[in-house]
Design a protein around this ligand. Structure first.
Ligand code: ATP
Length: 300
């Protein structure tokens, strides 16, 4: 199975903050850390570490940030030749992490918005039956729709993690063989407060398998055969940034890369994500190849 991740690769600047800034306020933060980020890059590199054959198509500017992103991706075993050069600066996120591990993020997605429908369709041309397209919510709605539809037409499976969620992304739900959403996204797109009811509504709108992540309460999944829920690992969180990306990537690696049952895939994804929340940073917190191999092996 080949996996194509079509999404973002950017520079994350993370700062610890005792309180989050609000309008009119200045807060003292620090220390600051710089790392590779972007939901596309995060998910692609975790799937690569899980041993999948992954390509990442993501836009980068012709600046030093873009060169740095390319070098970091190469170091993760992802081919920088798949990156798409664009005429605007490489995207960036500013991430504030609070004392309880919670975060507030501001992202610039000007590069992401350069991926148009034609480029989106062209980039999925390498996919065929049995392959997997993985997308998130950072590209334009039109580009995301075009890529998902083209992948479907080529016989590939589609996984959509519509984050950050906007109400109009609901129209893409029928194009997802697998939809991975957090609780807020489930509520927004499913129109129900209860996670299971929201998942049922999303299934009724056409998603094949719906996975809802519930933070420290674990995750649930719903497909044509019914629902299954797993608890989260009991850990002390220090930084939850990227937990959803690690969860999505390991779930995909287990369910689609190794044909593991849904429940075992949820458990492995939850273990990997729990490990990430016990460490600071984004990529710096992600589980290593060795850790992922041990987690997946334990759940087979
Ligand atoms: P983020 O935006 O912070 O990356 P998210 O909102 O997309 O995360 P969450 O539901 O918060 O997604 O977390 C994804 C998964 O990570 C959860 O289903 C759970 O398995 C794991 N996780 C998150 N927070 C915790 C925690 N405090 N303790 C244990 N596991 C956690």
């Amino acid at each position: 199975m080949r996996v194509l991740v079509l999404g973002t690769a950017m520079v994350d600047e993370t700062m610890a903050a005792a309180v989050f800034p609000h309008a009119g306020a200045t807060v003292i933060a620090g220390p600051a850390e710089r790392d590779l980020g972007g939901k596309g890059a995060n998910q692609a590199l975790v799937m690569r570490r899980a041993g999948l054959d992954v390509r990442l198509v993501a836009p980068v500017g012709g600046d030093t940030a873009g060169e740095w992103v390319a070098g970091e991706l190469a170091g993760e075993g992802l081919d920088p030749a798949d990156l798409v050069p664009v005429e605007v600066p490489t995207d960036r996120s500013l991430i504030f992490v609070g004392p309880g591990g919670e975060n507030a993020i501001a992202s610039i997605v000007a590069a992401a918005e350069c991926i148009d429908e034609r480029l989106a369709r062209e980039s999925v041309e390498l996919l065929g039956p049995g392959d997997l397209l993985v997308m998130q919510g950072n590209l334009t709605l039109a580009a995301t729709r075009a890529a998902l539809a083209a992948a479907r037409a080529a016989g590939a499976l589609t996984l959509l993690n519509p984050s950050p969620a906007r109400p109009d992304i609901a129209s893409l739900v029928p194009l997802a063989d697998c939809l991975v959403v957090n609780e807020g996204e489930a509520r927004l797109l499913g129109g129900r407060d209860d996670a299971l009811q929201a998942a049922e509504a999303l299934r009724a709108s056409g998603a094949g398998l719906v996975v809802v992540t519930l933070g420290a309460r674990g995750a649930l999944a719903l497909d044509a055969d019914g629902s299954v829920a797993v608890e989260a690992e009991p850990v002390r969180p220090v930084d939850t940034t990227g937990a959803g990306d690690v969860f999505t990537a390991i779930f995909a690696a287990c369910r689609y890369g190794r044909a593991m049952p849904i429940e075992a895939s949820l458990r492995a994804a939850g273990r990997a994500a729990a490990l990430a929340v016990t460490r600071h940073g984004t990529r710096a917190a992600f589980p290593s190849r060795t850790e992922i191999a041990a987690i997946i092996g334990a759940d087979r």
